[in-house]
Design a protein around this ligand. Sequence first.
Ligand SMILES: [Fe+2]
Length: 388
Amino acid sequence: MIITDSLITSFLQTRSDTEEICAPLQTEDYVVQPIVDVSPPKWHMGHTTWFFEEFILSKYLENYKRFHPEYAYVFNSYYESIGKRVIRTNRGNLSRPTVREVYEYRDYITSQMQSFLEENQDFKIRELVEIGIHHEKQHQELLLTDIKFILGTNPLLPKYNDTFTENPICDQNLGYNTINEGVYEIGYAGNEFCYDNELGRHKVFLEEYAISNELITNREYIEFINDKGYENSLLWHSEAWDWIHNSAIKTPLYWHIIEGQYYQYTLQGLKMINPIAPVTHISYYEAFAFAQWKGERLPTEFEWEVAQPFFNWGKRWEWTESAYLPYPNYKKASGALGEYNGKFMVNQKVLRGGSVATPQNHIRPTYRNFFHPHLRWQFTGLRLVKEL
Ligand SMILES: [Fe+2]
């Protein structure tokens, strides 16, 4: 029996979307790793492929022959229970496999998966394929942000393409929306895919608060800079103050000051800052300091989730004041996939919403992204909450 359905279509579409993201790259762009957090595009392409090979084909396809016996070593990211791997800092030191070989690996796994899914789609397999698809979509966003870092920290500031739009404008004067105090339900309640960290659904009590209906813009952020926000220690956490000094941080990432004007590297090249676009590429530390300067604060992730039906979101990943912690009754997936989210629930902040780089159908109101507080190479931003 040959099965053709939306799962196969969605799998094939996701695989080709990844390749389309990489299409504008030159071969050399695929290989470098300028900082530890930024992986080479070649590695992302191999790693998302390995995920299907490791978690599905090697376990469920009888007599499956791996494409290459050492690729699990090269393309495993952080799954301790699966085995040894290239240390993260060395991902950019590998000239082999070549970019061409990685594309051949992708083609091999895509076609093996397609034939496998035409014959076999029991519940367990469908569940794993869905995780694999969402995993690859997560990496599509990382590809865009990593490509931006690779090109945007190169002194030549090469552009990625002429079409990627990362600075939609903000609606003006939308004001704040008041949310009544009360008990609210938090977490995923639907029947579609969600990650384990969005469960279990549970109740929280919220005090009354007012949340801004739009993100903070570049114009507002420039006011903070001009008011010497980066020089006022009273606005900053202690470790944030050390960080801005040790790293000489005076603006968001990718900003350039040329003849007194602010410019910003974008995937379309260097552009003048648009004052009514939402500020982006800021750390949690900067988001917090900005909120202090305004006399307001960041929303908790619960406040964000309860209020989100009332505002537009999806331009920037929005820093929240919440630590990334398990919900009550959180259950890790069994086996190696239990390493997907749970082991990162320490020392990170939750971001909500999604960004211009997030693929369609990958985000939900309950989606919990998470990063360390100093990181800012994702399309991050903020909105504010006023206490009432
Ligand atoms: Fe991954």
